[in-house]
Design a protein around this ligand. Structure first.
Ligand code: ADP
Ligand code: MG
Ligand code: ZN
Length: 514
């Protein structure tokens, strides 16, 4: 308050002097320099307490964490060391000092740490790795010291005999030492190691350090030594059951319409993290609010999935010509997707969202961990089908397929690295870039031909359906399938489409004959 007031008055005086004709520039500089200095000193002295600590007693229980059954069980087992300390003591077991949670963002690592504090009735303090990294050497280390001291005093104050310190993004401060341009990170990491080593496991309150990272491979090996973070728990993206469980938790207190089928949503949201599912439910509720409805319907969830996947609808207004081209492109994807796996098109939409002008949403078959050569080829076919439909209809291509090509190339690279290409088994580490590149191009070229052959019979019919997609903006998978079937009957398109020379059909896809 006083600061702002002083600055205001100072400026006014300077301007006044300037008007009087005085040369105010030197004075101005002097003032500017002293203010800058003051600011720096201020920050520096405030720094040690600047680590934001989350609320001391989070009320999250393991029941509120969906999926992650394995991680939860492992974590609870580890926590029993804290919970049943007396038993541990009589057996002379060395209690755990650190637990590292690893996994992609938004999978519930922070939730797990909070639930751990509830489960063990501990004080909970949290900080993020990036908060320890300051411009000034020594500040990070000081913050670490401070955090541990606080954990102990806080626990004593509240009569708890344990405290959990949670460090998010530990890779920021715990990356391999000597990798950074200055020693700040090293000092901070060293301080953390010192604190953990100094933690006596018989003292009260007992401190347990939990940390989370997306990149365990980046961590300094000193952190992973026994007596430090010697327990690692993987917190992965949820599978379908997990997603369903998370959706059930997140919709518990929301008014759902009768048509809502959470199982179906769980199936459609392959690859979503818990945080994305939470955001999905929230978006669906916002849609209901905007439409002034009191219940959330299945369709609102569908729109919300689009939004979470593709981003908010943008204000971009493509021309009619562009819209038609986008529709043709998306129909290309949709045709091949249906030919490969009937029933998988959820809907075709042309509404600018995020970076895309349109998209086809596919219903993932089932969660998959392994792919066969044919499945990878099919995915490449679907990815290439957009631009090839444009080519078929317009006789030229556009820039709209950049993402599709990236996806197709990445699938082709996977094929080569997994020994599924014509060069057979490869040593990924010693695979020359040029060889990889040649093989990727070869695969893409082959699949381009195959995809073109799959689309060819639909050449005369795409334009007509594109009109209705443009008119309606979004067409359901069922409406699309009805059209596809009708075209197939009228044009006598055989599912087994004529394939180019050198290809044969296998499991509904065109496979190059050896
Ligand atoms: P992380 O720490 O792994 O990045 P968070 O624990 O911060 O993820 O999760 C962010 C939010 O996402 C949570 O507050 C919660 O709403 C939701 N969420 C994430 N994972 C789950 C889960 N397994 N069950 C229920 N909600 C989850
Ligand atoms: Mg988090
Ligand atoms: Zn595309």
């Amino acid at each position: 308050m006083i600061k702002e007031w002083l600055v205001g008055v100072g400026l006014a005086v300077l301007i006044f002097l300037g008007i009087l004709g005085l040369n105010v520039l030197p004075i101005f500089f002097l003032v500017a320099v002293s203010v800058a200095l003051w600011y720096v000193m201020d920050r520096r002295s405030a720094a040690p307490t600047a680590v934001r600590e989350a609320s001391v007693r989070p009320r999250v229980s393991f029941d509120e964490i969906g999926g992650q059954e394995h991680a939860k069980r492992e974590l609870m087992e580890a926590l029993d060391f804290l919970k049943y300390r007396d038993k541990i003591k009589t057996l002379g077991i060395r209690p755990l000092k650190g637990i590292l949670l690893t996994g992609p963002p938004g999978t519930g690592k922070t939730l797990m740490a909070k639930a751990a504090a509830t489960y063990t009735d501990s004080i909970f303090l949290s900080a993020s790795g990036s908060e320890f990294v300051e411009m000034y050497v020594g500040v990070g280390a000081q913050r670490v010291r401070d955090l541990f001291r606080r954990a102990r005093t806080q626990a004593k104050k509240e009569n708890k005999d344990s405290a959990i310190i949670f460090i998010d993004e530990i890779d920021v401060l715990g990356a391999r030492r000597g990798q950074h341009s200055h020693q700040e990170y090293d000092q901070t990491l060293n301080q953390l190691l010192t604190e953990m080593d100094g933690m006596s496991t018989t003292q009260s309150p007992l401190v347990l350090v939990m940390a989370a990272t997306n990149r365990p491979d980046m961590l300094d090996s000193a952190l992973l030594r026994p007596g430090r973070f010697d327990r690692q728990i993987k917190v992965d993206l949820p599978d379908k059951e997990g997603r369903l469980h998370i959706l059930q938790i997140q919709t518990k207190d929301k008014p759902l319409a009768d048509d809502v089928n959470l199982e179906h949503i769980a199936k459609e949201t392959y690859g979503f993290s818990g945080a994305q599912l939470e955001s999905l439910v929230n978006e669906a509720a916002i849609i209901a609010l905007r439409q002034e409805k009191t219940q959330i319907t299945q369709e609102m969830f569908r729109d919300a999935v689009d939004k979470v996947l593709m981003g908010e609808k943008t204000g971009r207004k493509p021309t009619d010509e562009e819209l038609h081209r986008v529709a043709v492109h998306e129909i290309g994807h949709a045709i091949v997707s249906e030919l490969m796996r009937p029933g998988t098109v959820s809907h075709i939409t042309i509404a600018p969202r995020g970076n895309a002008l349109g998209f086809v949403r596919q219903i993932p078959e089932n969660d998959r961990y392994l792919y066969t050569l044919e499945q990878l080829q099919q995915q490449i076919n679907v990815a290439l089908a957009g631009c090839l439909a444009e080519e078929l209809h317009y006789g030229n291509r556009s820039t709209g397929a950049q993402n599709d090509f990236m996806q197709a190339s990445s699938l082709a690279r996977t094929m080569v690295k997994c020994g599924l290409s014509r060069i057979g088994i490869v040593d990924e580490e010693n695979l020359p870039d040029t060889v990889l590149d040649t093989e990727v191009r070869y695969i893409l070229g082959q699949q381009e031909q195959a995809t073109r052959a799959l689309l060819q019979p639909f050449k005369q019919h795409i334009a007509e359906f594109a009109q209705s997609v443009v008119a309606e903006e979004s067409v359901s998978g069922d409406a699309f399938r009805a059209w596809l079937q009708q075209v197939q009957q009228s044009a006598r398109v055989d599912w087994a489409v004529p394939l180019p020379a050198g290809f044969h059909e296998a499991n509904g896809t065109a496979v190059p004959s050896a």
